[in-house]
Design a protein around this ligand. Structure first.
Ligand code: BV8
Length: 258
């Protein structure tokens, strides 16, 4: 597998050895793991009519309160991109890793559902799921609603505006998910960080949590995220869909999966 220029064979071999010897592995993914599935990352400038908006300004309860139609239409646009997206080789390699590592937890900040489509099962979704719609008041899932020219459509039960089942900035993460993610990070020998700028909290704190517990951190990204240097931090610079499969291949070769 031809590696990107920035990933030396030694760096890959060292990271693969750490991964193969680990009893418990946690993977933390961000928008970068879905970039090669054609989904724009959060920090990339958005395209077309959304170019003039910053995601952080739209993904908030205040934005929804102020302009529910604009926020709903932004999510409809993103849902249309997600509906056309397929898992890429990085998603598939992470699903294979779940079957090869003795203990594995995938913690994702993404809301696109591509890890599940790739076959991962032990998934902690920190920021929800863009494909699911909830009532903005009752917070219960709404599977379908009557045709209407009202945007956002009203909840069929209480009439409140519908919204996507994602965690907005300023909203609490799902209790159970947060606890499960931090417990896994405290117990893992290796935290594999793929495609996240580590700018969003509290997800980004999983990295210092794993390091404080004595774990090793392997980072796969096209640029080095904000991280201290240290001998327990391995950085593999390159696109996830190339580097993650190479890492799994190097660690476990053609070993059949459990
Ligand atoms: C909360 C869903 C409290 C919506 C998202 C300290 C502690 C606690 C909170 C805070 C804190 N400091 C600040 C906060 C507030 C805030 C926050 O973090 N703000 C930031 C902007 C500073 N956090 C919150 O509000 C959180 N809530 O803490 O609540 C609370 C408690 C009790 C009661 C009430 C409140 C909620 C945060 C969740 C926000 N929702 N998503 C939606 O999607 O619309 S987060 C959103 O941004 C995404 O889901 C994603 O998780 C995140 C973007 O991060 P990344 O995934 O990393 O994406 P990004 O574009 O940044 O980076 C892409 C990376 O990929 C880059 O590194 C790039 O180089 C790389 N890349 C690109 N291409 C490739 C690649 N890598 C590999 N291969 C490639 N091909």
């Amino acid at each position: 597998m031809n590696l990107p220029d920035f990933v030396t064979d030694n760096a890959l071999a060292a990271a693969a050895a750490v991964l193969r010897d680990a009893g418990a592995v946690v993977a933390l993914t961000g928008a970068g793991v879905s970039a090669e599935s054609g989904l724009p990352t959060f920090r990339e400038a958005q395209t077309g009519l959304w170019a003039r908006y910053r995601p952080e300004d739209l993904a908030t309860p205040q934005a929804f309160q102020r302009n529910p139609r604009l926020v709903w239409e932004w999510y409809e646009w993103r849902r249309s991109l997600v509906a056309r997206a397929e898992p890429n080789a990085a998603h598939l390699a992470l699903a294979r890793m779940e079957r090869l590592a003795p203990r594995f937890t995938l913690v994702t900040q993404n809301v696109d559902g591509l890890h599940r489509l790739a076959g991962s099962t032990r998934i902690v979704e920190l920021h929800g799921d863009i494909r699911t719609t909830i009532c903005s008041v009752e917070r219960t899932v709404v599977e379908s609603w009557a045709e209407t020219d009202r945007v956002p459509p009203p909840c069929p039960r209480c009439g409140a505006p519908l919204r996507p089942a994602v965690v907005w900035f300023g909203e609490a993460l799902p209790e159970g998910a947060l606890e499960e993610a931090f417990a896994a990070a405290r117990e893992c020998e290796v935290l594999l960080v793929v495609g996240t700028s580590l700018l969003v909290q509290p997800a980004a704190s999983l990295v210092p949590t794993a390091l404080a517990a004595g774990g090793q951190v392997i980072v796969v990204d096209v640029q080095r995220p904000a991280l201290p240097r240290g001998d327990r931090i391995h950085v593999l610079l390159g696109p996830a869909a190339t580097v993650v499969p190479a890492l799994v291949e190097r660690a476990w070769g053609a070993q059949t999966e459990a």
